[in-house]
Ligand binder design. Structure first.
Ligand SMILES: Cc1cc2nc3c(=O)[nH]c(=O)nc-3n(C[C@H](O)[C@H](O)[C@H](O)COP(=O)(O)OP(=O)(O)OC[C@H]3O[C@@H](n4cnc5c(N)ncnc54)[C@H](O)[C@@H]3O)c2cc1C
Ligand SMILES: NC(=O)c1ccc[n+]([C@@H]2O[C@H](COP(=O)([O-])OP(=O)(O)OC[C@H]3O[C@@H](n4cnc5c(N)ncnc54)[C@H](O)[C@@H]3O)[C@@H](O)[C@H]2O)c1
Length: 519
């Protein structure tokens, strides 16, 4: 606490209140947050209640700092909320509910796919299996709202004041909040953390209506299974969402501008991954761009051409998913007014302590440079609060695991082989296929491999890439190994339980520094 910097608030007419004071509710002397905010100044105010913001708020409160978190969702909620595409989750942080929804649908659609494609080979037969989309969507909403309501419970438990409404800087230490009842409140803090996340990147000439031309938000709330779904962008969202609707019966064509799917993935894993998705029926048009959409008829017509220009062709679609990346979300936040700089793509540059160019104003998560991932945003949140409380925080962006939650999953941590080549370091690669793993064979789900890259001289592990069912769980042994600077021999000499999928990680490690046993 002693190290917290108290900054002199800028004088902005009408907002020179101490602490939180609603102009309309001031007379009543109370605010409808969980904990009474009183008239004291906060130590920390967090704008945004996504994974970055809510974790930062809880951590700050746990460290004894008086904390308020402002979240717009449930108040203004943006266009999508107003047109009712996800009305059942009106109280939840937007992006958080999106990715939990996607995970829930990935699981439900995988169960349907197993029932229709895999159960019979295990001797389980049904006379009829059908998709009940409304029930599937309701189950997803229930799962998500249970999970996210838990966060409100954590706020209460940790005494984080929760203010619903749209936050805007009026000075570096004062945030005016447009609240759901139409009044304006000012929340004051010695330190303010911007955690306002990201929004879908739109493409020129393609207008998202969240009905026929959808972002991930609309794609998670379709009321019918589209016959033909065209996905623009073969990144995380395109492949996960494409998998969901493919399993439920849609014809999927993925149009990708670049020459490869998921450009950040190790090339060898990517090749096998693409083959696996193609086997599942997804079609890919790589090195291709969409140059126009005619949405006047029942069936839309997309004009596509090679990325470098050339002969055009037409693709038909009932629904088009725009998943060509996300951009930082800072609309209406008043950054320019208080002098917070943004870069040319709208991200907020921060120093190693997450501080922006304005003293006392910090930023974390999708709104700053770095991977746009929930767990990275959470790590940012914890480290940022530790720094501003005068302690030491730590996030290593090189060691943030990435997982694509398709089936099989693809997970990675550390460097790809191409990145290691670029470094000019001599390296060895060890691989082990799940076809030779007894657990994977026993459950008849043995597609994929583990690939480990280690420095030749020291055997230090530089990167691990896994394609398999549950790769997203298996990767954490590797993440820990990289975090502690382990060698491939360290993993190989660690006793792994039998029969487990994790034995494939051990065998790949053995293949890296010596020889595997089971192949
Ligand atoms: C469909 C989809 C699936 C995803 N799946 C995964 C996944 O499986 N794993 C993973 O790691 N990542 C996933 N991501 C990415 C992940 O959701 C983000 O990286 C993460 O949510 C970023 O957290 P954040 O706290 O920075 O921002 P956000 O989660 O975007 O939260 C920001 C919050 O700030 C609020 N806000 C914005 N402006 C204001 C304001 N002015 N006043 C008040 N409140 C405001 C917003 O309403 C929002 O709730 C997915 C993203 C999408 C779109
Ligand atoms: N499992 C997860 O962790 C998960 C799931 C979903 C989303 N996310 C996060 O959300 C972010 C956004 O996801 P996303 O899939 O939208 O972005 P992405 O960055 O993962 O992929 C976007 C893809 O679109 C391509 N592209 C860009 N412009 C294009 C154009 N005009 N035409 C065709 N293709 C084009 C890019 O080359 C890229 O392959 C990701 O960065 C990811 O971090 C993570």
């Amino acid at each position: 606490m002693a190290s917290l910097t108290r900054r002199k608030a800028l004088s902005v007419s009408g907002f020179l209140h101490e602490g939180i004071v609603s102009r309309r509710a001031a007379a009543a002397g109370s605010w409808r947050g969980f904990a009474s905010s009183g008239s004291e100044e906060n130590d920390v105010v967090v704008i945004g209640g996504g994974p970055g913001g809510y974790v930062a708020a809880i951590k700050a409160a746990q460290m004894g700092l008086k904390t308020t978190c402002i979240e717009k969702r449930g108040a203004l909620g943006g266009t999508c909320l107003n047109v009712g595409c996800i009305p059942s989750k009106a109280d939840l942080p937007l992006t958080l509910s999106l990715y939990l929804s996607l995970l829930a649908l990935l699981h439900s659609s995988h169960m349907y796919h197993e029932a229709t494609h895999a159960f019979s080979s295990h001797g389980i037969k049904f006379s009829q299996v059908e998709v009940d989309l409304p029930t599937m969507m309701a189950q997803k909403d229930k799962a998500v709202s249970n999970l996210t309501r838990g966060i409100e419970g954590l706020f209460k438990k940790n005494k984080v004041t929760y203010v619903k409404g749209y936050g805007k800087f009026v000075s570096p230490s004062e945030i005016s909040v447009d609240t759901p009842d139409g009044s304006t409140t000012v929340v004051k803090g010695k330190n303010v953390i911007i955690a306002t996340g990201s929004d879908v990147k739109s493409l020129p000439g393609i207008t998202i209506d969240e009905k026929k031309i959808v972002s991930s938000t609309g794609a998670l709330a379709l009321t019918e299974i589209p016959k033909k779904l065209v996905v623009i962008g073969a990144g995380y969202i395109g492949l996960e969402m494409g998998s969901v609707w493919k399993r439920l019966g849609s014809e999927i064509t993925v149009v990708e501008f670049g020459p490869n799917i998921v450009p950040t993935m190790d090339f060898e894993i990517r090749k096998q991954f693409q083959r696996s998705l193609e086997k599942q029926g997804m079609k890919f048009m790589l090195g291709t761009k969409v140059v126009g959409v005619d949405s006047s008829g029942d069936v839309m017509k997309l004009l596509v051409e090679p990325a470098s220009g050339g002969e055009q062709s037409v693709l038909e679609a009932d629904v088009v998913l725009v998943s060509a990346g996300r951009i930082p979300y800072t609309a209406g936040l008043g950054l320019a007014e208080i002098g917070v700089e943004t870069d040319k793509v709208g991200r907020i540059p921060v120093d190693e302590r997450f501080q922006t160019n304005v003293a006392g104003v910090y930023a974390i998560g999708d709104v700053i440079p770095g991977p746009m991932l929930a767990h990275k945003a959470e790590e940012d949140g914890v480290a940022c609060v530790e720094f501003l409380a005068g302690k030491h925080g730590h996030v290593d962006y090189d060691l943030v695991p990435g997982v694509v939650y398709t089936h099989p999953e693809v997970a990675s941590v550390g460097k790809t082989e191409d990145q290691v080549k670029e470094l000019g370091v001599a390296y060895r690669v060890g691989k082990f296929p799940f076809m030779a793993n007894s657990r994977a064979k026993a459950i008849d789900d043995a597609e994929g491999l583990v690939k480990i890259i280690a420095e030749t001289e020291t055997d230090k592990i530089l990167g691990v890439h896994i394609m398999s069912p549950n790769a997203g769980e298996l990767i954490h042994e590797a993440a820990l190994a990289l975090q502690y600077g382990a060698s491939s021999e360290d993993i190989a000499r660690t006793c792994h339980a039998h029969p487990t999928m994790s034995e494939a990680v051990k065998e790949a490690a053995m293949a890296t520094y010596d020889k595997p046993i089971h192949i």
